[in-house]
Design a protein. Structure first.
Length: 205
């Protein structure tokens, strides 16, 4: 799948990410290799790609899955404002050290996710609802072949029995459908960026 796939959790826990000290009470759910191969200095482009990524403008299947999730959330009251950040749970921005707190002005507009921090090789977004308090973490790592690629980790703190049951219920869909479709869309966007003309080769000025 264009270099993407589920990775061992040690591929996340074994790296010196800043997120480790912030999410000490969160559980690492999944780690995925992103289909975004590049050079050592290409992480800013991955940040820009992720900031533009919108599941509602991707494949029909992925749009349908996200629409179904938001519809169920409305019907079951999973996404009410009082279940979110600053209400049911405190935002993790309260845990950030001063240098990361100053680095939270990120270009993301990926609601319902909220930007947490951005560094030279990692960024994190957070979300909370009635079922979980979650973090989406993306880093830029060496690929073992002289290049680099993106790597995504999902960390969660379930909200009691409901949250644990919810994560167990969606696990088959997450691994077999949702993430693979997301990887395909991200890979397509990355390849389109790689093919786009630049100023140096006659592209838009």
């Amino acid at each position: 799948m264009f270099g993407s796939g589920l990775l061992p959790k040690s591929d996340h826990t074994g790296r010196p990410w800043r997120i480790h000290a912030i999410c000490t009470d969160f559980r690492l759910l999944d780690v995925w290799a992103l289909p975004t191969s590049g050079g050592a200095n290409d992480f800013p482009e991955l940040v820009r790609l992720w900031a533009r990524f919108d599941p509602e403008r991707s494949s029909v299947v992925l749009r349908g899955l996200f629409a179904l999730r938001w519809t169920l959330g409305r019907l079951l009251g999973l996404d009410r404002p009082e279940t979110g950040l600053g209400e049911r749970v405190h935002t993790l921005r309260d845990r950030l050290p001063p240098d990361l707190r100053e680095a939270t002005a990120t270009p993301f507009e990926a609601e319902p996710f909220i930007p947490l921090y951005l560094t030279d090789d990692e960024f994190a977004l957070e979300i909370a609802n009635q079922t979980v308090h979650g973090v989406l973490h993306v880093g830029w790592v060496t690929d073992g072949r002289g290049g680099h690629r993106g790597q995504m980790a999902v960390l969660v703190k379930p909200n009691g029995v409901l949250g644990t049951a919810y994560l167990a219920a969606i696990a088959p869909f997450r691994h077999a459908i949702v993430y693979p479709l997301m990887m395909r869309e991200i890979g397509r966007a990355w390849r389109e960026h790689a093919r786009a003309p630049t100023q140096s080769d006659g592209g838009p000025q």
